[in-house]
Design a protein around this ligand. Structure first.
Ligand code: PLP
Length: 359
């Protein structure tokens, strides 16, 4: 079976973990600090703050910007639930804006209509490894005095007009095993603001600046040195992983017939966290079944947009419609693209898709 993901853990990661075990410092320690510094450098920002997950990175990011009850944050409905849930955790309200059907990212031309006097932030989600249209988003944010929080959980190393994902506003990354790089579980916040980074660290550690003196409500969202040891080694390999994903994407785009392949806008470097094609809704599930029979894994990211999820409809009373997000959820199919795929795997994926689409 050609799986959708395969974490690339080598001898370097294993050795680094054993060193941590031998060091006796298992919780947050020097490896976390080193990982934060290296991650900030990769992103081209001044500071990075490590956390337990992408979800907690987003949660802290919002809290540290003072977002809370009665605030609204605009974001995409076509994303993993954590983007919107992180807003709910602060008691603010996610306000969704439909997507551009070509990029699957939030459509900037629709953001202003969703802004109200309660709007405090825009959270663009760089979905599948492709940055949002940041020039347009930053211009809207400036005009309306809004904070920009990039959900960069799927876009490690992706660029937009030469800038890295996570460097345009405050960035939040996931280091889950299926991501372009991993620390097992983990997250990272990126910022150019030293005081803001400090605030994130305080929230990460039970609101504590001085040991056992607690100035505000915080959490235990600390990364361990074991995770940081893995993350540090993965970070060294990130460019290579991304290059291989891009080569795999080039191959598939060159060979697939009858499906709409991913679009890469001018000035963007797509890092293909996912390689997502569009097919007619009436064929999508049958194509998936056919791939399964041919030993090719695939996945639907995402079958239900956030505003249509049960909790959002039944408990939170969302009664809205976003035609592009809803249409995309019926037509998308992500194919394996991870760096461990062989040329034979890629040919098998291409042949299986083409066989079905030609039938
Ligand atoms: C777009 C997006 N946001 C947030 C998250 C949450 O990250 P984590 O699973 O590390 O909490 C993910 C993870 O899949 C994601 O894809």
């Amino acid at each position: 079976m050609i799986n959708m993901a395969k974490p690339q853990i080598g001898d370097e990661e294993k050795k680094a973990v054993l060193e941590v075990l031998d060091s006796g410092i298992l919780a947050q320690g020097p490896r976390v600090k080193a990982f934060e510094e290296a991650f900030a450098k990769m992103c081209g920002v001044g500071y990075a703050v490590a956390t337990t997950s992408g979800t907690t990175a987003l949660h802290i990011t919002l809290l540290a910007h003072g977002i809370g009850p009665d605030d609204e944050v605009t974001t995409s409905p076509f994303t993993f639930i954590a983007s919107a849930n992180s807003i709910l955790y602060t008691s603010a309200r996610p306000v969704f804006v439909d997507i551009d059907p070509v990029t699957f990212n939030i459509d900037p031309s629709k953001i202003e209509a969703a802004i109200t006097s309660k709007t405090k932030a825009i959270m663009p989600v760089h979905l599948f490894g492709l940055c949002c249209d940041m020039d347009a988003i930053l211009a809207i944010a400036k005009k309306h005095n809004l904070i920009v929080i990039e959900d960069a959980c799927q876009s490690h190393g992706a660029t937009y007009q030469g800038g890295k994902a996570g460097s345009f506003g405050t960035g939040a990354f996931s280091l889950y095993p299926t991501k372009n790089m991993t620390s097992g579980e983990g997250g990272m916040i990126t910022t150019n603001d030293a005081a803001y980074a400090e605030k994130c660290k305080v929230i990460r550690q039970h609101g504590m600046r001085v040991r056992y003196y607690h100035d505000e409500l915080g959490y235990n969202f600390r990364m361990t040195d074991l995770q940081a040891a893995i993350g540090n080694e993965q970070l060294k390999k990130l460019d290579g992983f991304n290059r291989k994903r891009q080569e795999n994407a080039r191959f598939l785009t060159g060979c697939l017939k009858g499906v709409k392949t991913p679009f890469v806008p001018e000035g963007c470097e797509h890092v293909f966290h996912q390689y997502t094609v569009r097919v007619e809704a009436s064929k999508r599930d049958a194509l998936r079944k056919h791939l399964q029979e041919r030993g090719v894994g695939s996945e639907i990211y995402y079958p239900v947009p956030v505003h249509k999820q049960n909790y959002y409809v039944k408990d939170l009373g969302y009664d809205v419609t976003f035609p592009e997000a809803e249409k995309a959820s019926l037509e998308v199919l992500s194919l394996p693209i991870h760096p461990a795929l062989s040329q034979t795997d890629l040919e098998t994926i291409g042949a299986a898709v083409n066989e079905f689409m030609a039938a």
